[in-house]
Design a protein around this ligand. Structure first.
Ligand code: GDP
Length: 485
């Protein structure tokens, strides 16, 4: 979503870095550049102006201090990073949980913001954290909203309280109240109440949301915002906050290709935190919103923390330990091990999304290459290995021409695909041996940022050609990171 902004910021940093010692006039130019870049990304004027003022207000004495360091641009970069984090909401905040369960969550927002899908994503996420959520269908207005929530509940395997058919029938306030009573009787520790949205702000909608709020006294009122909607989203959210009173924000459709101005402005405009973000249509496309991680992505530094968390959540510790033991004992890494690694990678979700969290992945050429990354390659590779017999997986040397032809047929692939996989695997085995012998591995065709992958994952395949090695970054912090690595 923030590619343009990332590219613009990167250019600005390159210019400032090339200057060496900095003058006040350089900072003023930079502040102007930043303001223009933010406005181009549809960020609210006052937010962009405040941002620029922060840079241009660096005093002469501060500047002299920066100029004493080996890299003055890095000090400026740090100010920008801190400011960006502040704009995105500063410190991350958790949901307000009730002292005495159930915690009641009210979802408000415009129709089409992704509220109903979000209810399922949130329930799914809370359930994975060990909670026992209940969904309550109080959107009795939008055609099919009740049925949609039931379907989503089934997908998340979370019960849905839906006594009314909706489509204009039933009293949403009564349903919300009964939903809370039902949750108490069934010992659900969280209740998520979905409410009706309209295509635009109207007093009737506000009054209904207000009445529901007064009736159920929620612990957290979320305003769900479609991040693809520009400045209008901020205006509507303000109206909602004035009319109903919201506690926090959830962004949806952060995977979209809009300029992202609303996402950047809304927290500081409303002085409310963004707590979660949805990044796709799948129920799992949802996570906590960390302002510092988002700032890091926007600045082209990637989001290694989230990447590491996602990896940790799917890694089977026993399997990893077995692999480590094999490595230490000097045992051969087999295609059977490779298959279990592929399973793990598949559990981590879309590779292009994951690789998008690497430093530099949100900019220019690499971004384009990632968009062309072929996620289905993992499944194809897996089907080839699955078409091998256990003895072939243990000893790939058995794979003669006729066996390879059989495997190709069994997996619906070409013999050349099987050959490719076996070659890559043999290469990976060699790397393991080199590493065991204390040498640095050298795998051709690595992707930038990952470097050599000792985990034997299939070499990433792109729908077109692999990305070119990136030149040194113009972004001082990223460059420092590159140089360190
Ligand atoms: P509601 O009217 O606010 O309840 O909106 P819905 O939950 O019905 O969502 C409206 C549309 O947006 C549906 O087609 C959803 O699949 C889609 N949608 C919701 N969240 C996301 C998201 O994070 N990314 C993308 N790409 N689409 C989304």
């Amino acid at each position: 979503m923030f590619e343009n902004l990332t590219a613009r910021l990167s250019n600005t940093f390159s210019r400032i870095r090339s200057k060496g010692l900095l003058k006040s006039s350089d900072l003023l130019d930079m502040a102007e550049d930043l303001k223009a870049a933010l406005l181009d990304s549809d960020v609210a004027l006052d937010v962009a102006e405040k941002f620029a003022a922060e840079i241009s207000s660096v005093s002469e004495s501060q500047l002299a201090e920066f100029n004493k360091s080996s890299n003055p641009a890095t000090s400026i970069f740090n100010i920008i990073q801190a400011k960006l984090i502040e704009i995105l909401g500063g410190e991350f905040r958790r949901i307000n949980f009730a002292k005495k369960p159930p915690t009641v969550i009210l979802l408000t927002g415009l129709q089409g913001a992704g509220k109903t899908s979000l209810a399922g994503k949130l329930a799914n996420w809370l359930k994975a954290q060990g909670n026992t959520p209940l969904l309550v269908a109080s959107d009795l207005q939008r055609p099919n909203a009740v049925d949609q929530l039931k379907v989503i509940g089934e997908l998340a395997q979370v019960p849905v309280f839906a006594p009314e058919p909706g489509n204009g029938i039933g009293n949403p306030i009564k349903v919300a109240k009964e939903g809370i009573d039902f949750a108490k009787s069934k010992l659900h520790n969280i209740v998520i109440v979905d409410t009706a949205g309209r295509l635009g702000i109207d007093e009737e909608l506000m009054a209904q949301a207000r009445e529901i709020k007064n009736a159920i006294n929620p612990d957290e009122v979320f305003y769900v915002v479609d991040a693809m909607v520009g400045q209008d989203a901020v205006r509507t959210a303000k109206a909602f906050d004035d009319g109903v009173g919201i506690d926090s924000i959830i962004l949806t459709k952060l995977d979209g290709d809009a300029r992202g101005g609303a996402a950047l402005s809304i927290s500081s405009a409303l002085k409310k935190p963004i707590i979660f973000a949805a990044t796709g249509e799948k129920i799992s496309d949802f996570d906590i919103f960390y302002p510092d991680r988002m700032a890091s992505r926007i600045l082209g530094l990637g989001d290694i923390k989230t990447l590491a968390e996602q990896a940790k959540s799917v890694f089977d510790e026993d399997a990893t330990k077995n692999l480590e033991d094999k490595f230490i004992k000097g045992e051969e890494f087999t295609l059977e091990d490779f298959l279990s690694q592929l399973e793990t990678m598949k559990k981590m979700g879309s590779m292009s999304k994951l690789l998008g969290m690497l430093p530099g992945a949100n900019s220019g050429a690499i971004k384009k290459q990632l968009e062309q990354f072929d996620d289905s390659e993992l499944i194809k590779t897996q089907s080839i290995v699955q078409s091998m017999t256990p003895s072939e997986r243990m000893d790939p040397k058995l794979l003669n021409g006729s066996r390879r032809a059989r495997i190709a047929k069994g997996s619906g692939r070409q013999v050349s695909d099987v050959n490719n996989l076996v070659d890559r695997f043999t290469q990976a085995q060699k790397v393991m041996k080199q590493m065991r012998g204390g040498k640095l591995p050298n795998i051709p065709g690595n992707i930038p940022g990952i470097g050599a992958m000792p985990n034997m994952a299939p070499a990433p395949t792109f729908k077109n050609s692999p990305p070119k090695k990136k030149s040194r970054s113009g972004n001082p912090a990223k460059r420092a990171l590159e140089e360190r690595n």
